[in-house]
Write a protein that binds this ligand. Structure first.
Ligand code: SAM
Ligand code: SF4
Ligand code: F3S
Length: 500
């Protein structure tokens, strides 16, 4: 509940606050984007970022609750923060928790984490300046964790600092209710921004130097449901090979959004559009057609990359997971996409050890990897989440078997990826540089004296290369010739770039 009271004039949330802030983020890209928003709001309030929790006056945990382990991580971080608070008796930091953990567990967190000052949810991030003021003014245990109950979703993206890459929330919530998943309970009902608003937002970001946007939502394929078609936009009936019909004529939809961004003259300087995440059920033929070459009607800036979570290769498991499609439909979607865009990079999410998963079901998941040839997988051992439908099923695959299956799956995929990545050796690829590589080992064996940089190809593969440039390459597009490949990344030689 929001225990909102009107702020008195001398408590105005627009009053500047001195000091430093630190945010620790757990979870998915949605949380990463939310943390960036929090950082912008705190900086607007006058706080400065710091790299270390021990130096901060305001510490925020942006927590994830998708698996039990993630919740434990957030709570144990709160335990460490309490020790810091105890040590800094003269000027103790204020400590808050937000994200999906804050949303789900609300006021109960104060019992679990003594030393905690405030809790906020996924829909109350913009209240952060107000919350900080209230805590600074001596209020205890402040909670802002109501869902926004309005029908519309309108927001403006906030980017912290000058960046070439930006996450843009285009929708929020999830209405799919897969039986194992807590997200619909932490992110609320599905709501979309309008196409006009998203395009204006991206145009503004492009004007500040953003060159790659990642459109975010739990299910971007169902973007636009409930939004009536805006002026001059062709109604589009969406079909998909799974046999279901997606969003209907008369409402906005995701392919329309991609085309609207791509054709807006204000977005001319944008180089890459990405999106995540998708559900096979709404992954329409019209969206697949967006991956065609621009000369054949495709969306020219759409990156040749798709993350399409499938979760399991077994139909009996998919059915128990409430995914509402069969594996054959997924294969048909992947085949069609590869036909239209042969160089597309593919990734997926998989869960092993879901209740009743047999060895044969697991073998079907391995066969799925052989069949689709993903560049990358994100695999997890099933973790029962209280309140979900699957939590009522017996968690009958032992922890030992779950771990064995997970390790086997990851090893199996690594071999596939290594073979796939090796086919790239010798090719020249465009890389958007994201930063200096954590591992600088490559520099010690190279004839070039310089730093190792890391970035991604249009198909989302990680590439490391060395440059002797004394300047930062972050945000630059460079051409790199691939020289080596492992199952996790590519290495290359810098050829040219936007280097100024
Ligand atoms: N909306 C996206 C989708 O449909 O794939 C992302 C959902 S969730 C944030 C990311 C991934 O976590 C899921 O795709 C699933 O593989 C995994 N996951 C969700 N609930 C889980 C659970 N109870 N146990 C293990 N993994 C889980
Ligand atoms: Fe969770 Fe399923 Fe929604 Fe993805 S689509 S967030 S897995 S309920
Ligand atoms: Fe975790 Fe919430 Fe994302 S539960 S995975 S942070 S939507």
């Amino acid at each position: 509940m929001n225990d909102l009271v009107n702020l008195s004039e001398n408590q105005s949330s627009s009053e500047p606050v001195n000091g430093r802030f630190y945010i620790k983020t757990f979870g998915c890209q949605m949380n990463v984007a939310d943390s960036e928003r929090m950082a912008s709001l705190l900086a607007e309030q006058g706080l400065e970022p710091t790299e270390e929790a021990k130096d901060a006056d305001v510490v925020i945990i942006n927590g994830c609750t998708v698996r039990e382990k993630a919740v434990h991580k957030a709570l144990s971080t709160l335990g460490q923060l309490r020790e810091i608070k105890n040590r800094k008796k003269k000027s103790p930091p204020i400590i808050g928790i937000g994200g999906c953990v804050g949303q789900l567990d609300k006021a109960t967190l104060f019992k679990k984490a003594p030393g905690l000052d405030f809790v906020f949810g996924t829909d109350t991030i913009d209240n952060l300046p107000e919350i900080i003021h209230r805590v600074k003014n001596g209020e205890k245990h402040v909670v802002y964790a109501d869902f926004d109950t309005s029908m519309d979703y309108s927001t403006e993206t906030k980017v912290f600092g000058h960046k070439a890459q930006a996450f843009v929330n285009i929708m929020k919530g999830c209405d799919k209710y897969c039986t194992y998943c807590i997200v619909p309970y932490t992110r609320g009902k599905e709501k979309s921004r309008t196409i006009d608003e998203v395009v204006d937002d991206i145009a503004r970001l492009v004007a500040t130097g953003v060159r790659e946007v990642t459109l975010l939502g739990q299910n971007v394929n169902s973007f636009g449901k409930g939004n009536s078609n805006q002026k001059n936009r062709q109604p589009m009936e969406l079909h998909n090979v799974i046999g279901k019909v997606g969003p209907r004529a008369g409402e906005e939809n995701f392919p329309q959004l991609l085309r609207a961004i791509d054709s807006d003259p204000r977005c001319e300087a944008l180089r890459r559009i990405r999106f995540t995440s998708s559900h096979p059920l709404d992954f329409s033929d019209e969206l697949i057609e967006c991956y065609a070459p621009a000369s054949q009607g495709g969306v020219s800036r759409l990156s040749p990359y798709l993350h399409l979570p499938v979760q399991s290769g077994s139909n009996q498991v998919l059915q128990k997971m409430g995914r509402h499609h069969k594996i054959e439909g997924y294969f048909a979607q992947m085949d069609r996409l590869r036909e239209i865009c042969p160089d597309v990079g593919l990734s997926t999410d998989l869960i092993v050890g879901f209740p009743t998963e047999t060895e044969e079901d697991f073998q079907e998941t391995l066969r799925l990897l052989d069949r689709v040839q993903f560049d990358n997988i994100y695999a997890f051992a099933y973790s029962p989440r209280p309140g979900t439908r699957a939590a009522k099923l017996p968690d009958d695959v032992s922890a030992k078997v779950k771990n064995e299956r997970l390790n086997h799956l990851l090893k199996y995929q690594l071999e596939i990826a290594e073979k796939l990545y090796k086919t790239r050796v010798g090719k020249v690829m465009e890389i958007l540089v994201e930063g200096e590589a954590k591992n600088q080992k490559m520099a010690s064996t190279s004839s070039i004296v310089g730093r190792v940089w890391t970035g991604k190809t249009p198909c989302h593969r990680v590439v490391n290369f060395i440059s002797d440039s004394p300047r930062s390459l972050v945000g630059q597009f460079v051409q790199v010739k691939i020289t080596e490949a492992t199952g996790l990344s590519l290495q290359g030689e810098l050829i040219t770039g936007d280097l100024q």
